[in-house]
Ligand binder design. Structure first.
Ligand code: F6R
Length: 242
């Protein structure tokens, strides 16, 4: 894992954009994408760029259970607004939050990822160390599954809803094992609320209690942090400063 400390969020977004540009220039075919506040600046840079995704495929990490794709709270909707409307891909896949047969849905999505091996997977990190919606305790070798969100995640995501009660309690997510199969992984983390999770991911023990710690020993992982998210890291943990 290589940790890049950016001067601020804008510098971090630019560094992340450069990683995207490079892997696309090198012939990447499949991008693994994330939602949430963290990638919004990167998606703006991608929208405003001359990059062309029309021959590429995207696969997203996760989707809430019980929410239709055209619901503004859904991750389908988020991706359309932040990227796909401006920069369509040949194929874009997300889990189906309205699937009536959860077992069939997780199998379908694992097959989607198996058929479209991810060249570059973008990740954010939850305050509890989750990646995708792999909450504490998720096995490092797990595939796509349906998950109950933790109280910490429900509280963190309540800002996107009228009230905390409206936040879905469950989601479909790629598993940690699914994520680890990606050729390259780029995790972004900004702000002081992420400082604990970042410290545990980078320096803490390898433990399923912190899903992101699964990335610690991988040499194909780049982490981009701003000073607030890096506040609890030892200087020696930082590979590069921008
Ligand atoms: C979103 C996802 C989550 C978020 C994480 C951070 O697709 O998989 O793991 O990346 O919850 O969310 P933000 O960026 O809103 O702080």
């Amino acid at each position: 894992m290589k940790v890049i400390l950016a001067l601020n969020q804008a510098a971090g977004d630019q560094a992340a954009f450069n990683v995207f540009q490079q892997v696309i220039d090198n012939g990447a075919r499949v991008l693994g994408l994330a939602t949430g506040s963290t990638p919004e600046g990167l998606y703006r840079l991608l929208r405003e760029s001359s990059l062309d995704f029309s021959a590429m495929t995207s696969v997203n990490l996760d989707e809430y259970v019980g929410i239709a794709p055209d619901n503004p709270q859904s991750y389908h909707y988020f991706m359309n607004q932040h990227l796909f409307n401006a920069k369509p891909f040949a194929h874009s896949y997300l889990p189906n939050g309205l699937a009536t047969d959860p077992d069939a849905e997780v199998k379908r999505y694992d097959q989607v990822v198996a058929d479209n091996p991810v060249d570059l997977q973008l990740l954010g990190i939850g305050r509890d160390g989750h990646i995708g919606f792999n909450e504490p305790g998720s096995p490092f070798d797990g595939g796509t599954h349906r998950v109950k969100l933790t109280e910490s995640t429900i509280e963190a995501n309540a800002r996107f809803f009228a009230s905390k009660d409206e936040v879905p309690r469950e989601a479909y997510t790629m598993g940690i094992g699914t994520i680890l199969k990606s050729r390259e992984i780029l995790l972004m983390a900004y702000g002081d609320k992420k400082a604990d999770a970042v410290q545990k991911m980078v320096e803490g023990p390898l433990t399923t209690a912190v899903a992101a710690s699964a990335l610690q020993k991988m040499d194909n992982v780049v982490v981009i942090v701003d000073p607030a998210a890096a506040a609890k890291l030892q200087p020696a943990s930082i590979s590069k400063r921008l």
